[in-house]
Design a protein around this ligand. Structure first.
Ligand code: GLN
Length: 311
């Protein structure tokens, strides 16, 4: 069993190794604002059950959480609607890209899971319910701030505006959903909220603190029950990295959700909440070095949920 002193050193070593890597992946460029971020950034932060937090690299730098925010809306939707969510979204992994239009047509408007874009758009539509977009975004921000114990978490309006202009696939998905009666609000209204929650900015330190309730060692904000936490972690493991989820489970073995901003939130129930940020992505749109770093951490501390702890 490694001590926390080892953890501090392990994070520093991983950070040095990642910084030295030549292949850093490709920064997302379909949202022009995200393309401005340097692929050389790297940060990591870990919260432990005893309240300690360890960080390395650019862990205090804000980045665009993008699809990591789908965990926020899923938690709120499950708290509010429980199993009602599954009438409109599936909970199976997908072998298609995260923004596949083809898959949605084949599935007749029912997205495979809440983490692909179509599924997250439906989840956002449910969270929006009868509120205004501003009220809904306020609710999402309050939820994250409470979980992270930090009021200083905001939306970057430039990123939201950039995606509104260039997110053509998401517009297509929203219109498809609408044509299958799986979107209650006008496309513009639901997507407006979706683009804005994707544009929330957080640091690795804040994101790791947010994840503490999912790891089971901080009080859960809002209505997130233990049962719902179990569901969220299961979905992160099976669907959190889209069509790269099998590979991620094989290599890292920790439930996790990625975003095209290069962030990943990883939850090791009972043990750790981990956030990593490296903006360069792999082919499936998941952080290349973020995955590598989590694999190194998992191997070095025996942190895979599939690891029995040896003989
Ligand atoms: N806002 C991004 C999009 O809709 C989120 C995708 C992601 O992070 N994988 O394309």
């Amino acid at each position: 069993m490694k001590t926390t002193v080892d953890l501090e050193q392990t994070l520093l070593d991983i950070c040095a190794d990642m910084t030295a890597c030549e292949d850093k992946g490709v920064v997302a460029n379909y949202i022009p604002e995200l393309a401005k971020v340097s692929p050389d950034r790297f940060g990591m932060s870990v919260c432990l059950a005893d309240g300690q937090q360890f960080s390395a690299g650019d862990a205090a730098t804000r980045f665009s959480v993008q699809s990591v925010s789908k965990v926020f809306t899923l938690a709120i939707a499950l708290g509010r609607y429980g199993d009602g969510l599954w009438r409109r979204v599936g909970r199976e992994p997908s072998t298609h890209d995260f923004n596949s239009v083809q898959e949605l047509e084949v599935r007749r408007g029912i997205p495979p899971n809440p983490f692909v874009n179509a599924g997250a758009i439906v989840t956002t539509d449910m969270v929006l319910a009868d509120s205004t977009p501003a009220e809904t975004l306020g609710e999402i921000l309050r939820f994250i701030r409470q979980a992270a114990s930090d009021e200083d978490i905001l939306i970057d309006p430039a990123v939201a505006a950039s995606e509104k202009l260039s997110g053509h696939k998401n517009w297509a998905l929203a219109h498809f959903l609408k044509s299958f009666q799986n979107l209650k609000h006008p496309c513009e209204r639901t997507l407006g909220v979706y683009f804005h929650h994707c544009a929330i900015e957080m640091t690795c330190e804040q994101l790791a603190r947010f994840g503490r309730f999912l790891a089971g060692f901080s009080k859960s904000p809002n209505l997130v029950s233990r049962e719902n936490i179990r569901s969220i972690n299961a979905l992160m493991m099976t669907c959190g990295h889209y069509n790269g989820s099998g590979e991620f489970a094989y290599r890292v073995g920790i439930p996790a959700k990625s975003g095209v901003g290069g962030g990943i939130l990883a939850i090791l129930p009972g043990k750790a909440s981990i956030a990593v940020w490296a903006p360069g992505l792999n082919k499936q749109g998941n952080s290349l070095l973020g995955t590598k770093a989590l694999e190194a951490l998992s191997r070095s501390l025996d942190w895979s949920v599939f690891d029995s702890g040896g003989q």
